[in-house]
Ligand binder design. Structure first.
Ligand code: 5GP
Length: 191
């Protein structure tokens, strides 16, 4: 998606360790009219696919998942990282390694919110090695639901997670795929 590629080139900051910061518009400060266009594009891509729920992971996926949900007219469920005292006891549970924070998060989704009838579109801000998506797919599997597909704003193609999922038959639609980026020369190449 040209619009997103241009915004990444304009406002993205490449950090050492292959991390791209886009926190001025996507996942810290949020440019809502802009990310609404990304949500609309997910709807265009999945126009013919039945979707009953959108699933993401807290915190940075919630913004983009929520605007996408406006176009799909379905609820958003986000996997919660800590099971606080007011969390349901009846939950789907998995562990997800966080690439950016270098730690394992235990995540839960209440069994009330995904059921075997659900056709789930998984949306997230980034796709790198694919750990977050594997965890979210595992939660849909535990619920007996169907993964309708995956929608990602920015895929770092060079980290391989997206292609591994595609090879396993998961439909992955990424709005921008970075093939190469370099923090020294501050350059980004898209697929
Ligand atoms: P994965 O699990 O695919 O390795 O990484 C995806 C998750 O890590 C996303 O949920 C995202 O929040 C975070 N992430 C991975 N790479 C980046 C990055 O370059 N920049 C930012 N801001 N987040 C990232």
């Amino acid at each position: 998606m040209k619009l997103l590629e241009e915004r990444i080139l304009k406002d993205g900051v490449i950090k050492p360790g292959n991390v791209l910061k886009v926190d001025s518009f996507l996942n810290h400060q949020i440019d809502v009219p802009f990310i609404a266009k990304l949500g609309e594009e997910f709807k265009r891509l999945y126009a013919d696919t039945p979707v009953t729920k959108i699933l993401t992971i807290e915190a940075s996926g919630i913004g983009i998942a929520s605007v996408a949900a406006m176009y799909f007219n379905v609820p958003v469920v986000f996997a919660k990282k800590a099971s606080g005292s007011n969390m349901d006891k009846d939950v789907y549970f998995t562990k997800i390694y966080s690439y950016t924070h270098n730690k394992v998060n235990e995540v839960v989704v209440s069994k009330r919110f995904i059921s075997p009838e659900d056709k789930v579109l998984i949306i997230d801000d980034f796709l790198a090695n694919g750990c977050a998506l594997e965890g979210l797919i595992e939660i849909v599997r535990q619920a007996g639901g169907t993964v309708a597909g995956v929608g990602i704003a920015i895929e770092k193609g060079f980290q391989g997670g997206g292609d591994k999922l595609r090879a396993n038959g998961v439909r992955v639609e990424s709005l921008a795929i970075i093939e190469k980026m370099d923090s020294q020369s501050k350059t980004i190449e898209f697929r």
